[in-house]
Design a protein. Structure first.
Length: 140
């Protein structure tokens, strides 16, 4: 048990901790907003899902930009470019999630286990994409 605690202490940086916290918050917002739009306001599930996803991704961008990776983008052009890279990365991982999920759903592996595995892969790709492409810090 002590070995596991040591590994977690080495791996769990403040940045990763905040990434997890805000990722969970973003997921909750996505689910709650979908529920409210679809169940309470009776908006079509596809439209409700699109709105919920867009709001969640925008929240993810804001929290990642300001609280996790501490964006250094200055000026309108840099901020727009950063936002576009973030959205492009999320669009890419959405395709990865769909494709990998479709492949795994063809296997005898339990669908929920497949979905969890794919979700973990997407979270890891999103983290590295955000850290090394979108919010990359310039060396001084």
């Amino acid at each position: 048990m002590e070995k596991i605690k040591e590994i977690i202490k080495k791996v769990m940086t403040k940045e990763i901790f905040f990434y997890i916290v805000f990722g969970v918050s973003t997921t909750i917002i996505n689910l709650v907003l979908f529920y409210v739009l679809n169940e309470k306001l009776k908006i079509n599930e596809n439209i409700a899902n699109i709105i919920a996803i867009l709001c969640a991704v925008i929240m993810a961008y804001i929290t990642n930009k300001d609280l996790v990776f501490h964006s250094e983008a200055k000026g309108y052009k840099q901020k727009i470019a950063e936002f576009c890279k973030f959205m492009g990365g999320r669009a890419f991982t959405m395709v990865v999630e769909w494709g990998l999920g479709a492949l795994l759903f063809l296997t005898p592996i339990n669908k929920m286990i497949s979905k969890i595995f794919v979700t973990v892969v997407v979270i890891i790709i999103n983290y590295f994409f955000s850290k090394f492409i979108v919010f990359r810090h310039k060396k001084k």
